[in-house]
Design a protein around this ligand. Structure first.
Ligand code: C5P
Length: 226
């Protein structure tokens, strides 16, 4: 981390945690961006998508139904955030199941409590998801909404699958991206949308490096005001 940023991070120690909220649809680049920001500022990072994925995975693993809200809530309440394994949870099947349990208000309530607790860690935190700036941390001093066209996001997903040695059909991946967007944006509880005070970063034609530099300017400016 550059000296100036480290100083700013240290200055806030002892004060309230500084939270950076990052939202956006699947495959917009928010995960990579969030990890990079967390490393830059020495902040804790939580990919909140993993909390929904872990809930769905626990149900699938035990052969339990995905549409029983009371059961899913119980699983969500018992979730240990320190045991979230990106490798285990990254499959398409788990992602799809996650967006189904994520539509259940009782599941969201349980996970949001755990996410807010995480957000209070010092010196600062980066949380990424769908409702961080709108619901989980509405007072976050920096909110980013990272997006890209569905075509670009589907292409990234498709390339990622091929790079990992898998095979895929672009049209299927594209349909999947669209279906997930519709489910996440159309649900009644905490739909995906930019917070009113979020800064929009469209990465359709922007490299992750350029997005990171834009985010850094916003964060540095906000750190100066605390
Ligand atoms: O980001 P990721 O693809 O891992 O998220 C999986 C699913 O979890 C999303 O499609 C969404 O339905 C749900 N989710 C959510 N709120 C969050 C993070 C993820 O509803 N804050």
């Amino acid at each position: 981390m550059p000296e100036a940023n480290r100083e700013q991070a240290v200055v806030k120690e002892g004060k309230k945690s500084f939270t950076i909220a990052i939202d956006g649809p699947a495959a917009a680049g928010k995960g990579t961006l969030s990890r990079r920001i967390a490393a830059e500022y020495g902040f804790h990072h939580l990919d909140t998508g993993l909390t929904y994925r872990a809930t769905a995975h626990a149900l699938l693993k035990q052969g339990l139904p995905l549409d029983d809200e009371a059961l899913a809530e119980k699983v969500a309440l018992a979730l240990d955030l320190s045991g979230l394994d990106r490798e285990v949870l990254s499959s398409h099947e788990i992602g799809d199941a996650a967006s189904r349990v994520a539509a259940m208000p009782a599941v969201r309530r349980a996970l949001v409590v755990a996410q807010r607790r995480f957000a209070g860690k010092r010196p600062g935190t980066v949380l990424d998801g769908r409702d961080i700036g709108t619901v989980v941390c509405p007072d976050a001093p920096v909110k980013l909404y990272v997006t890209a066209s569905p075509e670009v996001r589907a292409r990234r997903r498709f390339d990622e699958i091929l790079q990992r040695g898998g095979s895929a059909d672009y049209a299927v991946v594209f349909d999947d991206v669209k279906r997930r967007d519709e489910r996440d944006m159309g649900r009644a509880d905490s739909p995906l949308k930019p917070a009113e005070d979020a800064h929009l970063l469209d990465t359709s034609e922007m490299s992750i490096e350029a997005a990171f530099q834009a985010a850094r300017s916003l964060i540095d400016a906000a750190l100066k005001t605390i």
